[in-house]
Write a protein that binds this ligand. Structure first.
Ligand code: FES
Length: 179
């Protein structure tokens, strides 16, 4: 009898162990599946956000702006306020840069006297058009896609710009009819 009890307890514990392992494996699989399905998701979490009227950005100047992440959660607080650098070239010509250095992501600062963006962490330097000037960054600053509508500057915000969005931006500049 006691042998039977021992066997049934062992079997129950075995089933419980398998169940727990299955639950843990399922929990671990969620982020992996989301990562793998990322490219299929298409545009992902982006939407157009206003950076305010054009009058805030004088021609020939680069100014710091900020916007609220459109995919904010209640507990995000001030971390959902995202800064970016806006360069008004002329007319409706703009560039909107992510503040994060293309090396390890430190926030870069604009120095109008020298016309350069500089990174305080490891000395990365970028020209006014965001291209890499010197230091460890492997490439220029990442740029947001943008457009001008009703006298307002609008950017595609949500996810931070990456190499993929950069390629899309370069393509649309090459063929202005696209998108
Ligand atoms: Fe900017 Fe390293 S993070 S140079």
């Amino acid at each position: 009898m006691s042998d039977q009890n021992e066997l049934s307890r062992r079997g129950a514990l075995m089933k419980l162990g398998i169940l727990l392992n299955g639950a843990i494996a399922a929990l671990l699989a969620i982020p992996i599946i989301r990562y793998l399905l990322g490219p299929v998701r298409g545009k992902g979490y982006t939407s157009w956000v206003s950076l305010g009227p054009l009058i805030q950005y004088p021609e020939g100047q680069t100014r710091l702006a900020s916007f609220r992440n459109p995919y904010v959660r209640p507990w995000d607080g001030e971390t959902a306020d995202i800064p970016c650098w806006v360069r008004h070239i002329a007319g409706e010509g703009f560039q909107v840069f992510a503040v994060n250095c293309a090396h390890l992501g430190c926030p870069v600062r604009w120095f109008p006297q020298s016309g350069l963006f500089m990174c305080p962490c490891h000395g990365g330097v970028y020209y006014a058009d965001g291209s890499r000037a010197s230091g460890p960054p492997p490439r220029g600053l990442f740029e947001y896609a943008h457009k001008v509508e009703d006298g307002h500057l609008i950017i595609e915000a949500g996810e931070l710009p990456t190499l993929a969005t950069q390629a899309k931006l370069t393509d649309s500049r090459r063929s202005p009819c696209a998108g």
